[in-house]
Write a protein that binds this ligand. Structure first.
Ligand code: PLP
Length: 489
């Protein structure tokens, strides 16, 4: 294995110290991963044209500090638990610590460097993880997907080349437009659809193309943290707007004069994380605000396919008469998150500039997966999968709510159970969120506090419970263990 290591004999530090430091950095920044074999001392000495003694000295230091381990007869490996990870698992701080050259960051880079929890990092394996986000992966129709992949892989080899459709594979745009018109009352033609790398890229493009740094964006409080981070890093002024049982409290927008709010980000079909559904009067009020002020609305419709007994309310986009709404959808919950396929429904006047930006940013999404997805939708597999999953999630949701009520009674308030694959629960407890999370981890339970999703009026004891990927047995057992922690405190 070749390692990119540069040693300089003219520096005051001895070579073994330079080698030690560079290997340590390579481990810390993840280029050498836990469990990975490192080159033998003989090989490395030869490839760097240095003595084997120098290499052995560096390796010995890394071995004694717990970065490396030797397995008899097999070689030297990166330790499964590296020491700095135990001290501090925030990757940004690690990068700062290990960066020996003070390379000046841009304003964007500096803002990002000060934001925690980006990117998502691997968590310890937990028996029952309520952390929100994952759909029921084991229920995914993998055989159908594999068959379609194999078919399109062999049909012809055009998919290997650059695509000339940066806005997305045309049959997929057509299939999505058809699906949205039918099931979400979205008003669109295939030409208005831009296929994106999930919701995240759609938000990023919107911000870069439509919002000047310093302009004001209104977000739900609480609201989706990953959206807020994009707004923050692009230099927006962010104002929190309250959320109640009917969703965003639209009247609060009127508190901001001079049309200062340029954009409102909302999750109307299933407010994240409270689960409130934006009522029809509020939808109309929000659209009227946009029409009067010239403001824009981002409608993030991330999981509304999963509704339990509630009648669907038409998407804001379908009610809009003034091209004020940018509608975003994703297959992360409906299918699986690593697919990284989402879509943005654009007013016609914006299609060309967004297509250009998409091409500049990453050319286009992989064609093969787009072909497979188009066929998956067109031949009815998506609708069938959704029907099956609605029933599975409904069952899981009912079990979760039932066990929560059984164990906690009035000491738990459950919110947002009418849609999606998560609920929000407020516990009455003297323990802090951190104490609950730590005690839960010790008994194999993963928990996610709602706190970081608030920009103002931070609560205590509110947690987001994802139930999509947990069986009924896991849900029951998980809540039982949690009750022992919270109720016995
Ligand atoms: C509010 C909200 N929007 C969108 C997404 C999906 O994002 P992406 O499409 O980038 O996977 C999530 C996923 O957790 C979400 O909670």
């Amino acid at each position: 294995m070749e390692l990119a290591i540069t040693l300089n004999k003219n520096l005051p530090e001895p070579l073994h110290q330079q080698l030690y430091e560079q290997l340590r950095q390579t481990i810390l920044n993840g280029r050498l991963t836990p469990g990975e074999r490192i080159p033998s001392t003989r090989f490395l000495a030869k490839s760097l044209s240095i003595s084997r003694f120098t290499v052995t000295t560096s390796y010995e230091q890394l071995l004694s500090e717990g970065y490396l381990e030797t397995v008899k007869g097999r070689g030297t490996f990166v330790c499964q638990q590296i020491p700095d990870n135990l001290i501090d698992s925030n990757p940004i701080e690690i990068i700062e610590k290990i960066n020996p050259l003070p390379i000046k960051l841009s304003k964007y880079g500096n803002t990002l460097a000060n934001i925690k929890n980006v990117p998502r990092i691997a968590e310890p394996e937990l028996q029952i993880n309520f952390r929100y986000g994952t759909p029921a992966l084991s229920e995914f129709p993998i055989k159908i997907w594999r068959r379609l992949l194999s078919h399109y892989c062999n049909a012809n080899l055009n998919w290997l080349d650059y695509s000339t459709e940066p806005s997305g594979y045309q049959p997929l745009r057509k299939a999505i437009a058809h699906y949205l018109t039918r099931s979400r009352a979205v008003n669109c033609e295939p030409e208005q659809i831009l296929i994106t790398n999930g919701t995240q890229q759609a938000l990023d493009l919107i911000l870069r193309l439509l919002i000047e740094p310093g302009e004001t964006i209104a977000i739900e409080n609480p609201g989706y943290l990953s959206a807020r981070i994009i707004f923050e890093t692009q230099g927006s002024q962010i104002v929190p707007i309250s959320v109640d049982n009917s969703g965003l409290v639209v009247q609060e927008l009127a508190n901001f004069k001079d049309n200062i709010i340029r954009l409102v980000y909302v999750t109307p079909s299933h407010q994240f994380p409270t689960g409130a559904i934006l009522s029809l009067p509020r939808r109309l009020e929000l659209l009227s605000w946009a029409q009067q002020t010239g403001g824009l609305i981002i409608e993030d419709d991330y999981d509304s396919e999963f509704r339990y007994g509630e009648k669907p309310i038409p998407a804001l986009q379908g009610l809009d008469k003034s091209d004020s709404v940018l509608y975003i959808g994703t297959f992360s919950k409906v299918l699986f998150p690593s697919l990284r396929i989402g879509y943005l429904v654009l007013p016609k006047s914006l299609v060309a500039i967004f297509t250009r930006a998409k091409w500049l940013c990453d050319r286009h999404l992989p064609v093969l997966e787009q072909q497979v997805l188009a066929e998956f939708i067109e031949s009815g597999h998506l609708e069938r999968h959704l029907r099956k999953m609605r029933s599975i999630y409904d069952q899981r949701r009912q079990v979760l709510v039932k066990v929560l009520k059984k164990h906690f009674g009035k000491r738990a308030t459950i919110l947002g159970e009418k849609a999606g694959i998560h609920i929000m629960v407020g516990f009455k407890s003297d323990l802090s969120d951190e104490e609950i999370i730590q005690s839960a981890t010790k008994v194999g339970i993963g928990m996610m506090s709602a706190n970081p999703h608030y920009l103002a009026n931070h609560p205590k004891g509110e947690f987001i419970f994802g139930y999509g990927d947990l069986t009924e047995t896991q849900l029951t057992e998980g809540i039982r263990r949690l009750a022992q922690i919270i109720l016995c405190s």
